[in-house]
Design a protein around this ligand. Structure first.
Ligand code: ATP
Length: 909
């Protein structure tokens, strides 16, 4: 039965009671669909994915390659050349334009596929009930009838009829444009209410802002509301970034300049030098085609795409291309602690009760280990009872994690903090199934970083109710009036508990407290007021260890060397945060600033504090936003990590928002520019390194390509000014440009990070790709190439050689000069006279090999002679040409030496 017939025969899902919809979808809400049934339904309905957005057709993309003012100029030149009857020149111009377009088309296609593959790594997942078990599946595998769980931060994976709801609020901007989250409830609503008011439904593509819910899938894929209203969701992102747009604008300006110079040359040649108009027109065309860098845009795109691929290989997945550039100029990284800087492998190691303290043995999620009581001298093993056992029970029941045994391994589903508590309770001898059966949960307030606690309401079978509270100790302590000890419940000794907290936190452990209130028989629902009314009895304080990641310690050091400050922002206790901060190698002198401290500051004080300190504790997502803003007000370029739904504003605000791929919510990923596949701080540092490399390689490609254009343009202009025959024809010029772009320059896109890339200070965010140094280098090498090309031409003519031979020598001189210059450009400033410098990038050798083959064909193949008017060279000429290349290599290395000496007179390496 198709979904449409279902709708028609029973009325819309939103207007029917949930039980009716569940029945209609033919599923048992307690066990979900069976795997076999899910497979069958999937075959029927297809995957839960929107049809890929209508891409531009291949032909259209090919045509777009010609849509560039530089190319228009070339096409016009080709057409006029044809009208003048110079068929070969005109054919070559068109030929090169087409070849360039093909290459651009192929490379762009590759780049797009690479990015698509990376985007696929981000496909969302869904929590679903199948075969009676809760499990996580790719959202694409959902079928109508699946029972799906939603929690705060999730992206709703399909259209759901809500069955059970706990304070659910959903942000439906994707669907209705309304960005204020709306409340949801399972009760049916009127048949004809508009989408935005159907509180009983959660629609695919919207985001859970708060709360939890269970729902049954009523529509998937293109049948969902979002699938209906927009056929082409997931807009194709353009392969460009602000810097590249800046460069494109530069290209347009350059074209006008080139046309101006060509017009000037035409006027000068015909009026002053007595060239014929036809001859001079060809020269002007030659000048224009020489100076236009046709290959540059394709090289830029491919460099960017390679950078993005490399980042993905290092676990940083780029969601928005401009962030590649921003990554390269980051000055501050604000990172979460838990899981990013630390391993997030929690183990409860200490328990403090009102009159006794315990050490828990064992590690990881294997529930093997026991309890030892700490005595003045040594410790002794004990069997948990009394307050200790009560606290273990509270920790087990006020908990949403599950650990499961799979062979020898124990795996955790859920939050590691809760997993650790669960395992601790198992070590205390409690059985999860039994406890949950004896004290079923009636209601829950889920944990949120904002309020830093979780509470659950339970009733036993006699109807006695109790609330368990678990959370950050300061929060829990505030709500407690008494504490439980072996002797029974007594007064709460605040000083005692604070001393225990400091002791445990100073060891770098995360703190959690559990409490109970036993007067809840009449309660059926749990709301904030019930918890915040207080009256709890404190059971125990837990210390959980979570050691720093080794890679993170290293990465922090690398960032600091690179002039990037690392700040740790955590929800943990100040003493815990400081202890971990010290182990990570953050600045030891400073104190941990707490969220409460931040709240007391005005904007100026906050900006100062944000700049001076590196550890921020007990911070909530709102503080993150204030910190980003404060740092930005001081001109910093900020990368900020986050995982929760409430982190989204800070992620959006930061120049580079970084979401966690594993523990991050869909809401955080959606707001972020970068997603870390492994949640690891080291991957951020790697992404920064690659970001710097991309920028470097873009500059290298520009500094490599443009001298060819300048050099050849210069040669033509010199010839016009001197009134001599053109040393190089338009067709030959195009040949040189093409060979440079498709072989040599491409090699630079694969260039690895330079050795000192993480020892340089961050680049200014507004720095131009074409800074003075790059412009100087282009000019300097351009002049060398003019000298080489002109020199060889004049020398051969002077020796009485044919025009064809002299031109062939000039062409080879320019290309060989570029080939040697390619080695120079492997580094802007460092010498390449080393093993690494000469052999470090095998693409350089590959490119040179290809170029050599092309040049041999150009020089010796008869059809090339016919096309390009080239001629065979003898060995002596080749030797001279190669010698010129070596001269270019050495002269540029000398220039680098001068630059290095001027930058740092002491270094002469
Ligand atoms: P990060 O360092 O990644 O910012 P965090 O995990 O340190 O995050 P939160 O998750 O906001 O910060 O946790 C803050 C405090 O809340 C913890 O120190 C702990 O005391 C308490 N807490 C953490 N998880 C839970 C939970 N599941 N239930 C109850 N309390 C929790």
């Amino acid at each position: 039965m198709s979904q449409d017939t279902v709708r028609q025969s029973h009325g819309p899902h939103h207007a029917s009671p949930p039980e009716a919809v569940v029945r209609r979808m033919d599923v048992d809400p307690r066990s979900g669909l069976s795997s076999a049934e899910a497979r069958a339904r999937r075959d029927l309905h297809g995957p839960n994915a929107l049809p890929a957005s209508a891409r531009r057709s291949a032909f259209e993309r090919f045509l777009l390659q010609f849509h560039d003012i530089l190319i228009y100029v070339l096409l016009a030149a080709g057409a006029i050349t044809a009208v003048l009857g110079h068929w070969i020149d005109s054919g070559v111009i068109f030929g090169v334009v087409v070849i360039n377009a093909i290459i651009g088309f192929v490379q762009e296609g590759k780049a797009e596929r690479a990015l698509d593959a990376i985007r696929d790594m981000l496909s969302p997942r869904a929590q679903v009930l199948r075969d009676g078990h809760r499990r996580e599946v790719p959202a694409e595998e959902l079928v109508p009838g699946d029972i799906v769980f939603l929690a705060s931060g999730d992206k709703v994976p399909a259209d759901l009829r809500l069955v059970e709801v706990r304070s659910l609020r959903v942000e439906e901007a994707a669907l209705t444009g309304e960005s204020v989250p709306v409340d949801k409830a399972p009760d049916p609503v009127g048949r004809d209410v508009p989408l935005g008011d159907r509180a009983s439904m959660a629609y695919s593509g919207t985001l859970v802002a708060y709360g939890q819910a269970t729902g049954v899938v009523v529509a998937t894929g293109a049948k969902t509301e979002i699938g209906r209203i927009s056929e082409m969701l997931g807009k194709v992102e353009e392969l460009t970034t602000p810097l590249l747009r800046q460069l494109a604008a530069f290209g347009r300006t350059l074209t006008w300049v080139i046309l101006g110079v060509a017009a000037f040359a035409f006027a000068f040649g015909t009026l002053v030098r007595d060239y014929s108009a036809g001859e001079m027109f060809l020269a002007a065309v030659g000048l224009a085609v020489a100076a236009i860098p046709e290959g540059l845009p394709a090289i830029m795109t491919i460099t960017l795409a390679i950078g993005v691929q490399r980042m993905a290989a290092r676990n940083a997945i780029i969601r928005r291309l401009p962030s590649v550039e921003a990554l390269g100029s980051v000055t501050v990284i604000c990172s979460d602690k838990t899981g990013t800087l630390t391993r997030n492998e929690m183990t409860v190691q200490r328990v403090a009760c009102a009159d006794r303290q315990y050490v828990v043995t064992g590690s990881g999620y294997i529930p093997h280990g026991g309890f030892e009581e700490r005595l003045d001298e040594g410790s002794r093993a004990i069997e948990p009872a009394g307050a200790l056992l009560d606290s273990a029970r509270a920790a087990m029941l006020c908990n949403d994690a599950h650990v499961r045994r799979e062979g020898e391994d124990w795996t955790l589903a859920g939050d590691p903090t809760e997993g650790a508590l669960l395992v601790m309770a198992m070590k205390a001898g409690l059985d999860g199934g039994f406890e949950r059966e004896a004290l079923p949960r009636t209601d829950v307030i889920p944990f949120e970083s904002e309020h830093r606690f979780m509470a659950t309401l339970h009733h036993d079978h006699e109807g006695h109710g109790r609330i368990y509270l678990k959370g950050a100790p300061e929060r829990v302590l505030e709500l407690c009036a008494r504490a439980r000890s072996e002797a029974g419940d007594g007064e709460l000794d605040i000083a005692y508990w604070h001393a225990r907290m400091h002791e445990i936190a100073a060891d770098g452990m995360r703190l959690l407290a559990v409490a109970v209130r036993e007067d809840a028989d009449a309660m059926r629902e749990l709301c904030f007021a019930d918890v915040e009314g207080g009256g709890f009895t404190l059971l125990a304080l837990f210390g959980l260890s979570d050691p720093p990641r080794e890679e993170a310690v290293e990465a922090v050091a690398r960032c600091r060397a690179a002039g990037i400050r690392v700040k740790m922002i955590t929800g943990d206790h100040a003493a815990t945060a400081r202890a971990i901060g010290v182990r990570l190698g953050l600045d030891e002198r400073v104190q941990a600033i707490t969220g409460a401290d931040l709240e007391k500051m005005d904007d100026a004080a906050l900006a100062q504090a944000a700049a001076d300190n590196e550890v921020f504790a007990r911070a909530s997502p709102e503080h993150k936003l204030r910190l980003v803003t404060a740092l930005q007000s001081r001109g910093e370029v900020v990368a900020m990590t986050g995982d929760g739904v409430n982190d989204a504003p800070a992620l959006k605000r930061a120049e580079v928002g970084v979401a966690m791929g594993n523990k991050g919510t869909e809401a955080a990923k959606e707001a972020a520019e970068v997603v870390l596949a492994d949640d690891n701080f080291a991957s951020i540092a790697a992404a920064v390194e690659e970001g710097r490399t991309v920028y470097d390689n873009l500059r290298k490609a520009i500094a490599f390509i443009l001298p060819t254009n300048l050099g050849q343009g210069g040669i033509v202009l010199c010839a016009v000014l001197l009134g001599i025959t053109m040393p190089i024809t338009p067709a030959q010029i195009l040949w040189v440009n093409m060979i440079t772009a498709v072989t040599l320059a491409l090699a630079l896109a694969f260039e690895q990070p330079e050795r000192d890339i993480m020892r340089r200070p961050p680049r200014a965010a507004d720095a131009s790709l074409l800074d003075r140094f790059v412009l100087w280098r282009i000019f300097f090498v351009g002049v060398l190439l003019v000298a080489g090309g002109m020199g060889f031409f004049l020398w051969e003519i002077d020796r009485g050689q044919s025009l064809e031979l002299a031109r062939t020598a000039a062409v080879n001189a320019v290309l060989v000069g570029e080939a040697f210059y390619l080695f120079n450009m492997r580094s802007f400033r460092e010498s390449v006279f080393s093993r690494e410098g000469l052999t470090g990038n095998r693409y350089v050798w590959l490119a040179i090999g290809l170029m050599a083959l092309a040049q041999l064909a150009f020089t010796y193949a008869p059809f090339m002679h016919a096309l390009f008017g080239s001629a065979a060279l003898d060995a002596a000429t080749w030797l001279r040409v190669l010698a010129f290349g070596v001269v270019v290599l050495i002269v540029v290395e000398l220039e680098k030496l001068v630059v290095r000496l001027r930058a740092d007179p002491k270094s002469n390496a």
